[in-house]
Design a protein around this ligand. Sequence first.
Ligand code: SF4
Length: 372
Amino acid sequence: MPSQQSEPPDNRLARLRGPKPPQPYTARKITALTANPACARRAVLDAAGVDKALLAQQVGYEPRFGQSPFALAREQAFHGHVKWGSYAELIRLLREQLSVPVAEAHVTDLNEVGGNTALHLRERETRRLIAHVASGQDVRLILDRPLLTLEVAGQTAYLEPDALTHRIGGKFHVVLIRSFAAIDGQANPTAVAETAKQAAVYVLALHRAFETAGLPAEQISHEFLLVCPKDFSNRPYGRLIDLRQELDALQFQLSRLRRAEDLAAQLPETATLDTARSADEISSSIEALDASYTPSCLSFCEMARYCRDEADECASPARLGSGVRNDLPGIDSTRTALDYLDGVAAPGEAEAEAADLLRAAARLRRLRRGAA
Ligand code: SF4
């Protein structure tokens, strides 16, 4: 879901991006970032709010990535359906899934506060209402598009889950509405897994909000409610999904991200990621940011085809996957590895062990071929 990002405080990241408004962080972006926490390139591009699809295009690569306009329109229509009539369908699902009397639940729309859509106002109002419900003063208040914050690579990301339920059995639940169908109660496992990772981002942000307000975190459920269309109809279906594994993984990966400001500070003063500048200027700045390409990048990053060609050019072992990269510690090129095997070059002390393993593997391969 769309979310927002605060302007980088030291302006270095904003200067790199150029005059365009920043692209917001989203839960989808945060999960992609944590899928490859070693990549300084993506960390800086996301923290600066650069439009990565446009950037890739400017340097000659069609991104071929992201949700189609058709899928986005379908998702929006389904959202409207779930929210129609003061969340009637959501309230029905809560009653079914959590077995509580919620008929008299009411909803507060946090898309704006008194006609004002400013992020800080929406976030403050969200915190106020969470404290209000958490203290037991109003147990029947559902929050529509609450605004939560999370620190990501040293930046503040503003995040908007679709909804936050009132306390049910003493707990708040994050709700996500998706337009992929659940056929006979089974939705596409890849889509569910991706949604669960995004839900974990929101739940973690909710934990931060509770921590800041001094509220007991036990009131946050480790399950989220996934709402999607039932079978081939438009009728909403709901299922609670456990997030403990995703939460542990996300916390660990977020702790591994380096501060984007520190990474950006290592770039030359003339560096630019402004998509209006020439392809040469942009390319040299992108190259100055360390990438950590693996084939899985193709499934989540708009820059993947650019980074793949770059990895090909320098014969990076990671181009063949993290398994190969991990098997060749200290060897940064498959050409070098082949030179060691062919005896054209001698490995140094740091590469000796990897070179021995390579020779052993080559011997085995020859033996197997001989045996075949
Ligand atoms: S595609 Fe490139 S920028 Fe994106 S995560 Fe992979 S290495 Fe980093």
